[in-house]
Structures are given as structure tokens and as C-alpha cells.
Design a protein around this ligand. Structure first.
Ligand SMILES: Nc1ncnc2c1ncn2[C@@H]1O[C@H](COP(=O)(O)OP(=O)(O)OP(=O)(O)O)[C@@H](O)[C@H]1O
Length: 788
């Protein structure tokens, strides 16, 4: 238990600064008695100041120190010295020094001077520094209450409570609680609680972060699971695609065969189509001929039986021809249907070709990705020779190199893992050894400290005994010898401790532990990086497998495409030149197609021109024939004779005759009568003075009578009528001349010319039609390769 021993006061309040006043405290109680103002309170204040460092209330500015005015000094130095027994029995000495100086402005300046807390042994008494524990006020303020085993609050508020502060139990609840908290040291528990709360808050925040991290990790894990599932799905899908590819290939082969069949059908259809067109043309011609024949119907020679037989035969032929035509028509319809189906098939094939192209493009992209991955991996793993131009051989070489590297890395990882585990074991073992050594050192130090405290208590005891036995020098000497011996032993033990260099060894071990921990960290980071590399290699393996499958797929596709390549390019495909060759052939084929389309357009133009010319010629011919028919009809109607010229001559003669006859007037009959009478009488013709015999006279008489008849008024009227008729006939015949000329021109020139032209065009059209159809089919089935 702690106890106060002595208090020495100098220069505090009413205590003089020139001499030291010593108060000794006795056990079990010390009573301080004195007059008012004699200094009792000052003693308590000095005890409080010595133990806690707190000056009494309202003593700022040096009021606690003896007044310099009273001392008649400009500076007063004060000292409070307390010797006490600590709770552990140690004899301690606490010295605190103060000074106060009179200011020029009549105020005081207070200073806290040197303070010492030391073991109150002999050496310290001689000014040695051996037992000094602290010289700092703050440390002393904390140390002394600990040494006394009482809290500062108890010292302040209970033991050395100033009379001015002694009313605190009547203070307000908050202040009272504070005091109680301080006295019962609840503050540290409150602080501990606050600290626990703060720690809890930190831990909750950490927990939250960890939870979030855990959530993130679980999310990543679920993502990884999903990725795994996706990989499985993709593998399944790849397998399904391969199966689909096989099916598609089979379907493609079947389509190629059906395409060939379609080509054959198309060729056949073209032939049939041309034949049908020819038949149609023939039918048209026959129709025209029939129309013409109908127009120019003439009586067929032969008997009725023969004609009937002919007619029957012709009907049979027509029926057969119609049947043939119907068959051809149905064939044409069938072929048209096949053509539509084939075109549909062609479209589907083109779509499939597009799909294959898209897949091929995707494959190319994947290959490009693979190349990038290989390049990055080669750069990362420092494998030379794979930065560019990665063909399949190089890729395989890269894979084999990676496998080798993987094996090496695996072996290295295993070695490192073994090494790491060995080192870890070694580290654990050494750490355990060091821990045990440390524990041993600690135990040793504790026992030494125990011994030391024992020795110190023995010294204290000895000192007490020494003090108590001043009159026993012999005992003192013995005790001194004992003390010396113990001190020697203490020194020896301390020297042993120093010689053992436990601290240095401990430092060494700590440094070695630190080194081992650093090494372990390095190994752990290496292990982590190796694990990452292992992951990367696993990923690479997956990529490699994918690339392998894709390469096989590409090979199959390429081998299929190679057939088409050979067919189109006419050479063996080579990966370096393949695309260029296909591009070149594509350009060529596109040119050819353009030329074919141009040709088709020009051929179609020619065909359409020929067909329109033919139809126009046919229309012209038809109109000419109709015109000719009309002219013929008119000629037949208006011209009875075979020849118009003869008819004209005849009509002219008739008109002339009638004109001559009509010119004979009525008086001429009297002339004929007189001539007849004279001739009968004289047998002489008075008109020509020629003699006539009887026979001649008969003829003369008959002729004159005819003339007389003709020159009769009735006869003349009739002649005039006839003249008019013949003149009308002549006019009509003269009007027929241009008709005849026109008909002859039509018949002999225009119609034959038109017929010849139509024949010529007829002959041209099938070839033009066939050419146009051929060009059209060529342009439809013209293969254009694609570089993809
Ligand atoms: N700074 C100072 N310098 C000199 N003397 C002082 C100073 N301050 C106080 N005093 C004197 O110290 C004395 C105070 O002593 P103190 O209060 O300790 O006496 P006391 O015995 O406790 O009295 P009471 O029984 O009345 O409480 C007074 O006489 C006062 O005049």
C-alpha cells in the first residue's frame, strides 16, 4: 500500500523561499493543526501539486508561489519535494520547481522549472541519475498516481480536494456524474465503449465491403458458371452445326445434282420453246396462207370423191397438228413449271450461298481473332516468329510450342509449389522456433524483472533497516556488504542480460522473420502469376481446340469451294493467290455477263425489230392484198374482155362507128333513094360513076337500102343511144386503166415484194429468237464466282 513519507516546501504561499520546511507523515495518521492562515491548506495544496501537478484554483499568474514583494525579491524560486512509498513498495521521490518573476509592469510571470521523479535511493540522493524515471511534468503527472495506486481523479477530488472544490458532491448532475466517472474510472470504460462502437462501425463497414466483395465474387462465379454453361452450349451448338453442315452439304450436293438436271431441263425446255415458237410461226403462216387461200379460193380440179378424200386427209392432218400442238403446249407448260421450280431452287441456292458466305466471313473474323490472340500470346510469352503471316502450319507450330511451354511451365509451377510448400513449412517451423525462443526470452525477462524487483524490495528493506539501525554500524556494514553483493549480483545479471544480447538477437530474428515473410509474399505473388498463366494456358487450350475445329470446318468448306474454284478458274487453288484469282475470274465473268446482257438486249432489240417489221409487213401485205382483191373485183366487174386494151379499142371503134352513123342526117336517105332510083334505071352508081351489072346492082340496092334504113330517124335515135352507151363504156374502160395499172403493180411488184420480205423476216426471226433466248439463258445461268 502506498504511503506518504515526507514533504518539503520552499517558497509556496506563506512558506518562505529561503528555507525548506519539512513535514513528515506518520502511520497510521498525521494530524495537522494550526491557526487560521498558518498554512494548513497550503500543505494539502502542495501535496496535490506534488502528486498531480495541479495548482489550486484561482492561482494563475503565480499566486501559488510566495509573493516576491513579501520576500522583497524580484524573483522567487519555489520547490515542493515529496517522498513517498509507491504501491509496489518502492521508495519514490518527486520534486517540482517553480519560479515567479516580477514584471516591469508590476505583474508576475510564473515559470515551471525542472521536475524529477526518481527512485529515492542513495545515489539519487547524491545527485546521480540512476533512478530517475522521468523529468517531464506530463509524464510525472501520469506516473505518480499510478505509483500511488490511486487515480488522479481520486487524488484531486477525494484525497487532496481543495476546500474551495469540496462542494462538488452538491454540484449539478452532469458535473457530478463527470466527477464520479472520473473517480471510478468509468471514463476509460466509456472511452472503451466508444472505441468498441467505433471499431464495431469500422468492422461493420469492413463487413459491408467484404459482403460486397463476396457478392461481386459470387456474381463473377455465377458469370463464370454461365460462361462454362455457354461454352458447353457452344460446343453442343458447334457439334449441331457440324451435323447441320453435313446435312447442308448433302443437301447442297443434291441441289447441285438437281441443278444439273435443271440445266438439262432448261436446255430441253429451250429446244421445246424454240420448237413451239417455230410451230406458232408455222401456225401463223398456215393461218395466213389459209386466209389467203380463203381469199383466193379457186375450184380444185378433180372429182368430188377425190376432193372429199383430200378434205378428209387435210382434216386429219389438221387434227393431228392440233393434237401435236396441244401436246407441245402442255410440254411447254410443264417445262415452264419446271423452269419456275428451278428458278425458285436457284434463289434458295443463292440464299444458301449467301449464308455460307456469311459463315465464311465469320470464320475469317474468328481466324483473324485467333491470329491476334496468337500474336498477343506470342508477344506475352516472348515466342518469336509468330508476329505475322500465320498460316495453318505456323498455327500448328505455335500450338506445339505452346504445349511445350505449357509442359515447362507446369513443371516449373510444380517445382515452385513444392519449393513454396517446403519454404512455407520451413518458415512455419522457424516461426514456431522463434516464437518459442521469444516466449522463453520473455519468460526469462519476466523472471529477471521479478528478481530485479525482489532485489529492489530487498534493497528498500535494507535501506529501512539501515535507517532503523543507525546505531548498528556492524549490521550496517553487513547489510552494506549484502547490498553490495546483491548489487553485484544485479550488475552480473544485467551484464548477463547485456551479454546475451537478447534484444539484438530478437531484432535479428524479427528481421529474419520479416525477410522470410517478404520471401513468402514474393513466392505467393509468383504462385498467383503462375496460376494466372495456367488459367491463360487453359483458355488458350480451349481457343486451340476451337481453332482446330474451325480449321477442320474451313478445310471442308475450302475443299467444297475448291471444286467450284477449279471449275471457274481452271487451275488448282492456292491460298495466297486464290482470292485474287477468284476476284479476277469474277471481274471477267461480270464483264462476260455484262457483254451477254448487252448482247441479249441488242438481240432482243433485233428480234423485236424483226418481229415488228414482220408484223408491219404482214399488215401491209394484208392491206395490199385486200386492195388487190378490191381492184380485181372491180376489174372483173367492169371489164368483160380479157384485155383492157382490146376492150378499149373495140369500144373506141364502136364509138367511132356510132359517131359516123350518127353524123348521117335525115336528108341522106333521100340521096340514097335518088341514087337507088338512078342506079336501077341506069345501072350506074352516080356517086362514083361506075357501071353495075345485075348482081352488083342487087348488092348496090341492098347496101343503099341498109343505108337508108340506118339513116332513118328511129335508126338514128337508136344509134345515138348506142353511141352514148359506147362512150360511157369507153370512159369506164379508160377509168379502169389506172385501176389495172395499180392492180398489176400490186400483183406483180408490191405483193411479191412484201411476201419476199416477210419470207425473209420469217427466216430471220427463229434464229434471232433462238439467239435472244440463248443469250438470256446464258445470262441467267452465267456463273459469277465470289472471292468469299
Ligand atoms: N502569495 C502569498 N505570499 C505570501 N503569503 C501568502 C500568499 N498567499 C497566501 N498567503 C498567506 O498564506 C496564508 C494562508 O494560509 P492558509 O490558507 O494555508 O492557512 P490556514 O491555516 O489553512 O488557514 P485557515 O485555517 O483559515 O484555513 C495566509 O496567511 C496568507 O496571507
Amino acid at each position: 500500500m502506498a504511503s506518504l513519507n515526507k514533504l518539503a516546501i520552499r517558497g509556496i504561499r506563506s512558506f518562505d523561499d529561503k528555507q525548506i520546511s519539512v513535514i513528515e507523515f506518520f502511520s497510521p495518521v498525521t494530524v495537522i493543526v494550526g491557526h487560521n492562515g498558518s498554512g494548513k491548506t497550503t500543505i494539502i495544496e502542495c501535496l496535490k501539486y506534488a502528486t498531480t501537478g495541479d495548482q489550486p484554483p484561482n492561482t494563475r499568474g503565480g499566486a501559488f508561489i510566495h509573493d516576491p514583494k513579501m520576500a522583497n525579491e524580484k524573483e522567487v524560486k519555489a520547490q515542493v519535494k515529496l517522498r513517498f512509498h509507491a504501491a509496489n513498495g518502492a521508495r519514490m521521490l518527486a520534486v517540482r520547481n517553480l519560479s515567479v518573476t516580477v514584471k516591469k509592469t508590476a505583474g508576475l510571470t510564473m515559470k515551471t522549472l525542472e521536475s524529477i521523479l526518481a527512485l529515492a535511493d542513495n545515489d539519487s540522493g547524491k545527485g546521480g541519475k540512476r533512478g530517475v524515471i522521468s523529468t517531464k511534468c506530463a509524464e510525472m503527472d501520469a506516473e505518480i498516481p499510478q505509483l500511488l495506486g490511486v487515480s488522479k481523479a481520486v487524488l484531486e477530488n477525494v484525497i487532496f480536494c481543495h476546500q474551495e472544490d469540496s462542494y462538488w458532491p452538491l454540484a449539478e448532475p452532469a458535473a457530478l456524474k463527470k466527477k464520479f466517472d472520473d473517480i471510478f474510472e468509468a471514463t476509460k470504460y466509456t472511452k472503451a465503449l466508444d472505441s468498441i462502437k467505433a471499431l464495431r462501425k469500422d468492422r461493420v463497414a469492413e463487413l459491408k465491403t467484404e459482403k460486397e466483395r463476396l457478392d461481386g465474387l459470387s456474381r463473377e462465379k455465377s458469370h463464370a458458371d454461365k460462361l462454362k454453361a455457354r461454352i458447353v452450349d457452344l460446343n453442343q451448338s458447334i457439334a449441331a452445326k457440324e451435323v447441320e453442315h453435313d446435312d447442308t452439304k448433302k443437301a447442297y450436293d443434291a441441289i447441285v445434282i438437281s441443278n444439273q438436271k435443271f440445266n438439262e431441263y432448261a436446255t430441253h425446255f429451250r429446244e421445246v420453246y424454240l420448237r413451239v415458237e417455230n410451230y406458232n410461226d408455222n401456225i401463223a403462216k398456215i393461218q395466213l396462207d389459209l386466209d389467203e387461200s380463203k381469199m383466193n379460193l379457186h375450184e380444185m380440179p378433180g372429182t368430188d370423191e377425190e376432193l372429199e378424200a383430200k378434205l378428209k386427209n387435210s382434216d386429219g392432218d389438221a387434227v393431228r397438228n392440233r393434237q401435236k400442238l396441244a401436246m407441245q403446249q402442255s410440254k411447254a407448260d410443264t417445262t415452264e413449271g419446271e423452269l419456275i421450280a428451278a428458278r425458285k431452287q436457284h434463289t434458295e441456292l443463292a440464299e444458301r450461298q449467301g449464308t455460307f458466305k456469311a459463315e465464311f466471313e465469320a470464320q475469317q473474323e474468328r481466324m483473324a481473332d485467333r491470329e491476334v490472340v496468337i500474336q498477343r500470346t506470342s508477344e506475352k510469352l516472348k515466342i518469336k516468329g509468330f508476329s505475322s503471316g500465320l498460316d495453318s502450319d505456323k498455327v500448328l507450330a505455335f500450338m506445339s510450342k505452346l504445349q511445350e511451354l505449357h509442359k515447362k511451365q507446369k513443371a516449373t509451377v510444380e517445382n515452385l509449389q513444392r519449393e513454396s510448400s517446403n519454404k512455407s513449412e520451413e518458415y512455419t517451423r522457424k516461426s514456431a522456433q522463434l516464437s518459442s525462443t521469444l516466449q522463453a526470452f520473455k519468460a526469462q525477462r519476466a523472471s529477471l524483472q521479478h528478481q530485479l524487483s525482489k532485489h529492489q524490495s530487498a534493497i528498500t528493506l535494507s535501506e529501512r533497516q539501515l535507517e532503523a539501525t543507525h546505531n548498528l554500524p556492524s549490521e550496517l556494514n553487513a547489510l552494506n556488504g549484502d547490498i553490495e553483493e546483491k548489487q553485484n549480483r544485479l550488475k552480473k545479471v544485467q551484464a548477463e542480460i547485456a551479454a546475451a544480447k537478447y534484444d539484438e538477437r530478437l531484432d535479428e530474428k524479427t528481421a529474419s522473420t520479416k525477410l522470410l515473410e517478404e520471401r513468402r509474399d514474393v513466392l505467393n505473388s509468383e504462385f498467383k502469376s503462375i496460376n494466372m498463366q495456367s488459367d491463360a494456358r487453359a483458355k488458350l487450350q480451349v481457343y486451340r481446340n476451337t481453332a482446330k475445329a474451325k480449321t477442320a470446318e474451313i478445310k471442308t468448306t475450302v475443299s467444297t469451294a475448291n471444286i467450284g474454284f477449279r471449275r471457274l478458274v481452271g487451275a488448282e487453288p492456292h491460298p495466297d493467290t486464290m482470292e485474287r484469282e477468284v476476284d479476277r475470274v469474277q471481274v471477267e465473268k461480270e464483264h462476260e455477263l455484262a457483254a451477254l446482257e448487252e448482247e441479249a438486249s441488242s438481240t432482243n432489240g433485233v428480234l423485236h425489230q424483226a418481229q415488228s417489221l414482220l408484223s408491219s409487213l404482214k399488215i401491209q401485205l394484208k392491206s395490199k392484198k385486200e386492195e388487190l382483191k378490191g381492184l380485181d373485183k372491180r376489174l372483173k366487174t367492169d371489164l368483160e374482155a380479157d384485155s383492157l386494151e382490146e376492150a378499149l379499142v373495140e369500144a373506141g371503134n364502136e364509138v367511132d362507128v356510132r359517131k359516123n352513123l350518127a353524123s348521117i342526117d335525115a336528108g341522106s336517105s333521100k340521096v340514097y333513094d335518088a341514087l337507088l332510083k338512078i342506079g336501077k334505071q341506069k345501072k350506074v352508081c352516080t356517086a362514083c360513076n361506075r357501071h353495075m351489072d345485075e348482081h352488083e346492082l342487087v348488092v348496090f340496092e341492098k347496101s343503099l337500102k341498109d343505108q337508108m334504113k340506118k339513116s332513118s330517124p328511129e335508126s338514128l335515135a337508136s344509134i345515138r343511144e348506142e353511141l352514148q352507151e359506147w362512150q360511157a363504156e369507153l370512159t369506164k374502160l379508160q377509168n379502169l386503166r389506172p385501176v389495172l395499172i395499180a392492180r398489176d403493180r400490186l400483183k406483180d411488184i408490191e405483193v411479191p415484194e412484201l411476201e419476199a420480205k416477210i419470207k425473209e423476216q420469217d427466216a430471220k426471226i427463229p434464229s434471232a429468237s433462238a439467239a435472244a433466248e440463248l443469250v438470256r439463258l446464258c445470262s441467267i445461268f452465267h456463273p459469277i464466282p465470289s472471292a468469299r
